[in-house]
Design a protein. Structure first.
Length: 341
């Protein structure tokens, strides 16, 4: 367990005061036209999403979702985390000053996790500039800004940079982990000392320093993942990358074994005959050693539509005979009920 004496845990009131002084100096040093901390805070908006009847993600994410987003251009484009807005029927955004507007779904990118919406009205806010998240190292001081009922500003430091594997067939190679935790994390903005956006909040994490450790914090999606795909997302709602093969398996890990925790209803895995509790030993004869390894081996089989052969130890099997289950993968976007599909 980490204590307050740990060098990266020293995010005290003194740190917050020093951070505010340095931040203000940094963002105001160039010219009066430079965006101020107050303007950055105001550019973090509240998002409310009502989800379509029959949405695939309603069971896990709910029919009404709220979180934050960041204005990133002068045409009302707002960046958020995708799970807030995927399969939305209607969207509204609101500023700290109470100005609200309907918004339109623009894009969702499963590979990064980003989502985009666009306000139908001018919110009268200044957009936040995108930073360069590759430069963030352990110990870098940052601010988390969000909307919501809890305090909307938390001074943090980078706890680690490492992969993140999510059970929904999601993998970031170099996610940003921060401490201490910020409760209103969904779509929250990670802002650096220069007032630039470095990441978008995704999750509460219990092991921010290292896998299996005990350090509560948050995981952020690095902003560098947005830059190469932003134009395509705006134009088409997709990243332009070939879709990866999706097998519809929500996997877990227990005592080093990867197992089927749940199956997407009507998804490829369920249609191929996989069962909850099946142990995934390998992919096409190649042993898997964790979620990240499983996903990489599945994705190496080709693009969406490729055949994926999983080596399975069936749940309840009385022997150790491995069974091969052949799955015809799909494009996950086609399974979801997205606004631009």
């Amino acid at each position: 367990m980490l204590t307050g004496d740990h060098p990266i845990m020293k995010c005290s009131r003194q740190f917050l005061a020093a951070f505010a002084v340095v931040f203000t100096a940094q963002v105001s040093a160039s010219s009066a036209a430079e965006i101020t901390f107050g303007e950055i805070a105001n550019s973090i908006v509240h998002i409310e999403a009502k989800i379509k009847a029959g949405a695939r993600t309603a069971r896990t994410l709910g029919m009404e979702r709220v979180g934050s987003g960041v204005l990133i251009d002068d045409k009302g484009l707002i960046l958020t985390i995708g799970y807030l807005i995927m399969e939305s029927e209607s969207l509204r955004v609101a500023t700290r000053a109470g100005k609200s507007a309907a918004a339109d779904f623009v894009a969702y990118d499963h590979r990064s996790g980003f989502g985009l919406v666009r306000s139908r009205k001018d919110l009268g806010l200044r957009p936040v500039e995108l930073g360069a998240s590759a430069a963030l190292k352990q110990g870098t001081p940052l601010l988390i800004l969000s909307t919501g009922s809890m305090p909307g500003v938390t001074p943090v430091r980078v706890a680690s940079r490492r992969p993140y594997a999510g059970y929904w067939e999601y993998l970031l190679d170099n996610a940003i982990y921060t401490i201490p935790p910020h409760r209103e994390f969904g779509g929250a903005a990670l802002i650096d000392l220069h007032g630039k956006l470095q990441g978008i909040g995704s999750l509460f994490i219990g092991d921010a320093f290292e896998p299996g450790g005990e350090a509560a914090g948050n995981m952020f999606v690095p902003i560098d993942l947005l830059k190469p795909i932003l134009a395509k997302l705006i134009a088409t709602g997709r990243s332009g990358h070939a879709p990866r093969p999706w097998i519809g398996v929500y996997a877990g890990v227990s005592e080093g074994r990867v197992y089927v925790n749940r199956l997407a209803s009507g998804g490829p895995g369920a249609q191929a005959g996989l069962k909850t509790g099946d142990i995934i030993v390998g992919v096409k004869g190649r042993r898997v050693s964790g979620l990240a390894d499983l996903f990489r081996k599945v994705w190496s089989q080709g693009d969406a539509g490729a055949t994926v052969a999983l080596d399975i130890l069936p749940f309840g099997s009385e022997n150790l005979k491995i069974k091969q289950v052949v799955i015809r993968s799909r494009d996950r976007h086609q399974w979801l009920q997205l606004g631009r599909e």
